[in-house]
Structures are given as structure tokens and as C-alpha cells.
Design a protein around this ligand. Structure first.
Ligand code: 4AD
Ligand code: MG
Length: 436
């Protein structure tokens, strides 16, 4: 294959800077049509798609005919003049002067016709090239950048949590176990416990990485590998934690609205839904949320955790996320602090997204009393030896502290208005999917 050093390469998204100039574009053939002595080639380069108009008179018979042969997804180089055209998506089209085939594509499996989800997921490595998937993953990129910018801007220090861990953080039923030399290790379910150590060392910290849960349920909200950002702050209570969470999520929504207008349009997202994501968010005591479920006649049993349907019913009462706090301690993790006003309650909260997207954040204040925490570890039947280091944080200068975890994929699904989390991550890992 010819070497393309392409120092002359221009990207489709930058065409605005080159009006009336001759440029070189490198990409793939998205689609084409012809009309007599004119051919219309849609070139896709990852940053956008542009229509390239080729006329037989301009390029000569040989080049014109060779263009007629190219197949969908063939790699191509086009040299042409950038013409402003209001009717063109993106505002420009290319008047072709020269055309080169870089490499011809075999018959491409993903055609413009409708394909089933299994087929598309099996071809995820190619499906990523389509317009809608491109838009979703660009929005994911904005969300990830917004996450980092927010915490960096608030003076948090990034502290990476390990992936191999000796114990469960979020219950023993969803642990992925691995052989670790002669021993066992588990893939991390959450970096939280390590962030608590970090908060005592740095004041305010966050980790951001992949987390793993052996979710045996097939739902539209669960992946076995997902990305979570987890801030943790020393000297913070539940109210401060909820305030941090609502400012954080409002910031993410604002960034997507500012940077991804074009992508939101491509996926036909109703922008008004994103515009209403503004702090403050409503806060409901668990009992108030249970009251809503009673009024709506759901099958919810008081004292239980909320199921997906319950979350949908509660959140559908609001146009922005709602934060439900003080769940019964019995349905929450061992590390949650007891509410001193009602010891049966945990000082934790879940943020439920509107439009049926359910929980996007779980968090709260942590148990800071050594004896209470020891009792909780016993109650939850967890091996105390594995938590000795964690208990040290209560032995050496324990302070009130709080934090939360936001799941990136559920956030992407919600902000993009997608039915299922499988399209929110480049290569989804689900109970029945490990390829590609
Ligand atoms: O509510 P979770 O389990 O909370 C924790 O892990 C805490 N340790 C976080 C903390 O306080 N530092 O999970 C937090 C979020 C959920 O709200 C959800 O958005 C996401 O992680 N999440 C999942 N996303 C996709 N697939 C799964 N299987 C998920 N499980 C949780
Ligand atoms: Mg949770």
C-alpha cells in the first residue's frame, strides 16, 4: 500500500477554516450516488461527513470511472475545493479535483438497511463507524472530560484506586474472583474504601476508573464492567455531599449542551430535557418517596430498596434528578453512617435521573465510629482481617466524611436518551457478551 504521510491532511470538522481553498481529505466512503456526469461521494473521517461532488468534466474520464467502482467503507483520499453551501449538513461541500483509492473495502456487513441488535453488537468494532454511535461516544468523551474538569477545578486530587482488591465493597454477591498466585483477589467493585484513605491524606480526592460487578441480571442498566468516578471529602456531611453531587451533575449537563449540539441533533435528543438539569435538585426522605409509591399503587413494600420500576415512578414526578436520602440501613452497604436521629436509617442518598433512567449516583456519609463500624462488618458477615487497614482510618484521627459514585454509562444513557447502556461504552461487557 502506498504510504500516506498526509502532512496536508485536513479534518472535516475544520472545513470552516478553509473556505474557497483546495484541501486534502482522508477518510472512508460512507455512501455515494451518481447522476449522469456527476458523482456524489460522502467522505467520513471520524470528525464528520462531507459531500464531495465530482464532475466528469473536471476530473477526466479515468478518475471519474474509478470512483464509480468504489465500495462502501473503502479508504479514500480526496483533493478538492471547499465550497460554502447552506444546504449541506455542516455548511460545506467539496468540489473534487482529484481522487485516490487508498484501499478497497470488501463487501461491508453493515448496510443502510436495519440490522438487529445482536448483529450490531457482534460487529461493534465496525458499528462504531456509524453516525449515531459516533455521536454517542463523542458525548461520552465530553462527559468524561467534564468529570475531570469539575473535580480538578474544585481542587480535588486524583488518587487512583487499585483494580485487584482483597475484599468486597458493595456486597459479596457480585464479586469477580481471580487467581492471585496462591491466593484469591477480586476485581474492584468500587474505589471508595481507598478514597476514604485518600481523603484523610489529601482532604478531597477522586478516583476514576473501571469497576466490575458480576451482575447476573440482564437489564438495560447493568454492565459487568463500567466506569465510575468517586469523590470523597473529609469533614463533609450528607447535606454537603448532596450539594456537591447536584452541582457536579448540573455542570456535566451544561458541558454537553455547550459542546455537543451537533451530536445531540444527530441522535435526536430533546434538548429541553437537558436544559432543565439545574441545581438545586429536589430532595426526598425515603419515607416521602415511599409515600409516592403508595399513592401510585405500586407493588413496593415499605422497608425494601427501590426496584427499577419504583425508581421510574418516583423520578417521573420531577423534571430534573431527585435525591432520595435516609434509606433503611438494612438495605444499604456496611460502611454507611447511621442517622443519629433514627438509628434504623443510613445517612446515604441515591440520585435518580428523570425519564426512567434510575439511579445514576449512590453515596453518602461514612460510618466514622470504630466500634459501630466493627459491629457492621460482623453484621454483614464480612471478614474483618481484610478490613483492618480500613479500620485504621477510624483509629488514627477519624473525622466525618462523605462521598459518592457516579456511573458513567448510566449518565451517558440518560443524557443521550438511549434505551440501553450497551451503546454508551465503546466495547460493552455484559453477562452474555465478552466479544469483540
Ligand atoms: O450505588 P453503587 O453501588 O455505589 C458504590 O459503589 C459506592 N461505593 C460509591 C461511592 O460512594 N463511592 O454504585 C454507584 C453507581 C450507581 O449509581 C450506578 O450509576 C453505577 O455506579 N453502577 C452501574 N453502572 C452500570 N452497570 C452496573 N452494573 C452498575 N452498578 C452500579
Ligand atoms: Mg447504589
Amino acid at each position: 500500500m502506498k504510504q500516506y504521510i498526509n502532512r496536508d491532511k485536513i479534518y472535516v470538522e475544520d472545513l470552516g477554516k478553509y473556505a474557497n481553498q483546495v484541501v486534502s481529505l482522508y477518510g472512508w466512503l460512507y455512501n455515494k450516488r451518481g447522476k449522469g456526469k456527476l458523482a456524489f461521494l460522502l467522505l467520513r473521517d471520524g470528525t464528520g461527513i462531507v459531500q464531495c461532488v465530482m464532475s466528469k468534466g473536471d476530473v477526466g474520464e479515468e478518475i471519474f470511472n474509478s470512483a464509480a467502482e468504489i465500495t462502501q467503507e473503502s479508504a479514500i483520499k480526496i483533493i478538492g475545493k471547499v465550497n460554502a453551501d447552506e444546504r449541506a449538513p455542516g455548511g460545506f461541500e467539496i468540489h473534487v479535483q482529484n481522487f485516490e483509492l487508498v484501499s478497497k473495502s470488501q463487501e461491508y456487513p453493515i448496510t443502510p438497511k436495519e440490522h438487529g441488535t445482536t448483529f450490531l453488537m457482534d460487529h461493534r468494532h465496525l458499528w462504531l463507524r456509524s453516525k449515531k454511535q459516533n455521536a454517542i461516544l463523542r458525548i461520552r468523551h465530553t462527559i468524561i472530560k467534564a468529570i475531570r474538569d469539575f473535580f480538578d477545578g474544585e481542587g480535588f486530587t486524583l488518587i487512583d484506586a487499585p483494580i485487584f482488591t482483597p475484599a468486597a465493597c458493595e456486597g459479596t454477591s457480585t464479586l469477580f474472583e481471580t487467581d492471585y498466585f496462591e491466593d484469591k483477589a477480586y476485581l474492584t467493585q468500587s474505589g471508595q474504601l481507598y478514597m476514604e484513605a485518600g481523603a484523610m491524606a489529601f482532604g478531597k480526592v477522586y478516583c476514576f476508573g473501571p469497576t466490575f460487578r458480576a451482575e447476573k441480571s440482564k437489564t438495560r442498566r447493568h454492565l459487568t464492567e463500567f466506569w465510575m468516578v468517586e469523590p470523597e471529602v473529609a469533614f463533609m456531611d450528607l447535606d454537603g455531599d448532596m450539594e456537591l453531587a447536584e452541582n457536579f451533575v448540573s455542570y456535566i449537563a451544561r458541558c454537553v449542551l455547550e459542546k455537543n449540539r451537533r451530536e445531540l441533533q444527530t441522535i435526536e435528543r430533546d434538548i429541553s430535557k437537558l436544559e432543565s438539569i439545574k441545581a438545586p435538585f429536589p430532595r426526598l426522605h425515603y419515607d416521602e418517596a415511599a409515600e409516592i409509591l403508595k399513592k401510585e399503587n405500586t407493588e413496593f413494600i415499605y422497608g425494601d430498596d427501590f426496584g427499577a420500576l419504583d425508581e421510574t415512578v418516583i423520578s417521573s414526578q420531577f423534571d430534573r434528578p431527585v435525591m432520595v436520602h435516609r434509606y433503611p440501613g438494612a438495605v444499604k452497604a456496611f460502611y454507611m453512617k447511621e442517622d443519629p436521629e433514627d438509628k434504623s436509617r443510613a445517612l446515604g442518598f441515591d440520585m435518580l435521573a428523570p425519564e426512567g433512567y434510575g439511579e445514576v449516583i449512590g453515596g453518602g456519609q461514612r460510618e466514622d465510629d470504630l466500634d459501630v463500624l466493627l459491629a457492621k462488618i460482623k453484621e454483614h458477615d464480612l471478614p474483618q482481617e481484610a478490613f483492618n487497614w480500613y479500620l485504621d482510618l477510624r483509629r488514627y484521627g477519624s473525622v466525618p466524611h462523605a462521598g459518592f459514585g457516579l456511573g458513567v454509562e448510566r449518565t451517558v444513557a440518560w443524557l443521550c436518551g438511549l434505551h440501553h447502556v450497551r451503546e454508551t461504552i465503546p466495547f460493552a461487557r455484559l453477562m452474555h457478551r465478552l466479544t469483540p
